[in-house]
Design a protein around this ligand. Structure first.
Ligand code: UDP
Ligand code: MG
Length: 325
């Protein structure tokens, strides 16, 4: 493996860590203590912690200002980004990556589910030449049977539909090199986002590590089943055009069906004793054709909706305040 440019220099290497926060008042200070404990052990490196407050309406920001930043240590700088409202986890990660100055950027959650004890090996992998490091969950304490089943189904579907093969258990705990980050910043500005998907689709040299995700420090996941469903559909539309082509298949099937049915009706009319009942055949034909038509229109509308969203070019996030300490 080639050595990354980052370690060819004699200066300290700057690593950025992006932490997304939405109403994490119970977890943020504990996450900071865990991070500080790990980061102070790493020699020859300095860190920039980017706290992205995604429109929290609890005490998260006050805790960062009063307890985290005031309690910092020599090799750690802080940047706090406050959004004007809640824009979602993906937007928070994008904002963090946009503002990071490090040679490598790590994204992680603030709820204790991404253990800081994994950071040394992620950074070591980057320093030895890896462009991005994906952390793959072997087990997730707070995932029930239904969530696991939905997730397995989603990855089966997307891997069938898309040319990109996604890793089933990849998480939003990952490291990207500056080069990968620049690509994400310049070319992946879609409204409909799935960062860990983009990363897996752009090539470069990757290493994957397994990790066990503990339960949340407090509270529950911000992703409801409806939000997960939206994310899943959005990802399918962003990475595959195959559902659009399904309408071609429907048209062919329908033409074959109509030809056969027409030939049969004509034959029975000319040679048969009793031609097929008009009512049954018309109902059959109508219900079949309408269901195909509506299904095709639905698929088209879903793509169209995503296309309109992209055309509007609205901001992915809006920053209310940004501070460097
Ligand atoms: N998060 C965020 N914006 C949101 C929802 C979540 O920044 O709208 C943050 C949240 O504070 C946490 C991370 O994203 O640090 C992951 O969120 P969560 O734990 O709810 O997701 P899960 O672990 O269930 O995937
Ligand atoms: Mg979580």
């Amino acid at each position: 493996m080639e050595t990354n440019d980052a370690i060819k220099t004699t200066e300290e290497v700057l690593i950025s860590i992006v932490i997304s926060l939405y109403n994490e008042e119970d977890a943020v200070f504990g996450s900071w203590l865990g991070l500080k404990n790990e980061l102070t052990k790493l020699k020859g490196l300095c860190f920039e912690l980017i706290w992205v407050n995604d429109g929290s309406n609890d005490q998260t920001q006050q805790i960062i200002d009063e307890k985290v930043i005031k309690n910092t240590t020599h090799n750690i700088d802080h940047c706090t980004i406050e959004f004007s409202k809640n824009f979602g986890h993906e937007a928070a990660m994008i904002a963090g990556i946009d503002h990071a100055k490090g040679k490598a950027i790590i994204c992680m959650d603030a709820d204790g589910q991404h253990p800081p004890s994994e950071l040394p090996k992620m950074i070591a992998s980057f320093l030895s030449g890896t462009d991005y490091v994906l952390m793959e969950r072997t087990r997730r304490e707070d995932n029930g049977f239904l969530k696991e089943l939905c997730s397995a189904l989603f990855y089966k579907t997307i891997n069938k539909l898309s040319s990109v093969k996604f890793r089933h258990s990849a998480s939003d705990f990952f490291l990207v090199s500056r080069q990968v980050a620049e690509n994400l910043k310049s070319h992946y500005r879609e409204q409909n986002r799935f960062i860990r998907g983009y990363i897996q689709s752009i090539g470069f040299c990757c290493e994957v590590f397994p990790f066990e995700a503990p339960g949340r420090v407090n509270g529950k996941s911000h992703y409801s089943y409806v939000q997960l469903m939206k994310l899943a559909l959005g990802t399918i539309f962003a990475f595959s055009n195959k559902p659009l082509r399904i309408s071609i298949l429907f048209s062919v099937l329908f033409i074959v069906f109509t030809l056969l049915f027409g030939a049969y009706t004509l034959y029975m009319f000319v040679y048969g004793n009793s031609p097929p009942s008009g009512y049954t055949s018309i109902i059959l034909l109508l219900t079949f054709s309408f269901s195909m038509l509506f299904l095709t229109i639905t698929i088209l509308s879903l793509y169209f909706e995503k296309a309109i969203q992209e055309m509007r070019h609205r901001p992915i996030y809006i920053i209310k305040r940004i501070k460097f300490n």
